[in-house]
Design a protein around this ligand. Structure first.
Ligand code: HEC
Ligand code: HEC
Length: 259
């Protein structure tokens, strides 16, 4: 749109502002390369890194589950802390003030590895937190898996990933309930007639609460309130509290249909 020969189109305005100020801008443009070299990341002591695991690793099976468990809550579709997200390859492979996050073939030069191993000041990832169960540092084995993935070429399948590992009662949930609940909710005269160690009886529920699992809907499942230690009507509600990671797993199991 033009009024009396004056353009009001935003890109025209920008363009004329640029040409008018070219002389003012130019010296700054020349300073940029200098500024970049000045911001060289501090060297880190890579001799302290845990070793890469000595086996072929698979992105979907081995690597993304680590991202999903420990990183995506802050670097995913919902939040992008530090303007960083890890749900696509393009976004994950980023040049940061601490160096490139992932240098394929060279895990010891990859700043993501430096960060998860705590070698970058104030940048331990995930960051330490006071809340129990949250932001636990990666284990040496997990860091070894990430290193091996990068050393083996940092392969990432095309497109966004949404690999949700299948959570099953038999594999993932039963062992948790066996360890934490069986003493009171085993097969023999369980409290509240709730037997926590078989899939059929967990889905059936107990004598007072009825069904505590709504397959496909973790929010409506009172089991989640119970194992978060938040059901105050329950005798010994604190005996029902599981660590946050286990609660998450049970949530995922229910969301995936409680199979
Ligand atoms: C609880 C939230 C949280 C979790 C979980 C978390 N981060 Fe971060 N991350 C942050 C914050 C906050 C920053 C920005 C810190 C800063 O710049 O001072 C950040 C910054 C980063 C950066 C630097 C990005 C840039 O462009 O400078 C990388 C790389 C990173 N995180 C990797 C990871 C990895 C890998 C994981 C999982 C192993 C992870 N983070 C888990 C909060 C988190
Ligand atoms: C120290 C013993 C103890 C432990 C451990 C325990 N519970 Fe309980 N639980 C109880 C008691 C007592 C009741 C109340 C029974 C009643 O009302 O008669 C109860 C009730 C329940 C109910 C309600 C049953 C009903 O009446 O409908 C559920 C569901 C339940 N517990 C699940 C669990 C789960 C899951 C775990 C493991 C994470 C667990 N409990 C661990 C003692 C325990």
């Amino acid at each position: 749109m033009r009024l009396d020969g004056v353009s009001t189109r935003p890109d025209d305005i920008l363009h004329s502002a640029y040409t008018m100020n070219a002389r003012v801008f130019l010296p700054w443009v020349c300073l940029v390369p200098w500024a970049l070299t000045a911001a060289e990341p501090k060297p880190v002591d890579v001799s302290k890194l845990p070793l890469p695991v000595a086996r072929p690793v698979d992105f979907v099976q081995d690597v993304y589950p680590i991202f999903k468990e420990s990183c995506i809550s802050c670097h995913g579709p919902e939040k992008q802390k530090g303007k960083y997200r890890m749900d696509t390859r393009e976004a994950t492979f980023k040049d940061t003030d601490y160096g490139p996050t992932v240098v394929p073939g060279k895990s010891e030069q990859s700043s993501m590895i430096h960060m998860v191993a705590g070698l970058v000041d104030e940048m331990l990832m995930p960051p330490p937190s006071d809340k129990p169960g949250q932001s636990e540092p990666l284990t040496k084995e997990q860091i070894g898996i990430l290193r091996a993935w990068i050393d083996q070429g940092a392969k990432w399948p095309d497109g966004p990933v949404d690999v949700e590992k299948a959570v099953t009662f038999a594999q993932d949930i039963q062992p948790i309930f066996q360890a934490a609940c069986a003493s009171c909710h085993g097969a023999n005269s369980p409290q509240g007639s709730f037997n926590a160690v078989t899939l059929v009886t967990v889905l059936k529920g107990g004598e007072n609460y009825g069904a505590v699992v709504v397959p496909g809907d973790a929010k409506k499942s009172s089991l989640i309130t119970i194992i978060s230690g938040l059901d105050e009507d329950l005798p010994q509600s604190e005996k029902h509290k599981l660590p946050a990671k286990q609660v998450d797993l049970v949530k995922r199991w229910i969301s995936q249909g409680a199979k």
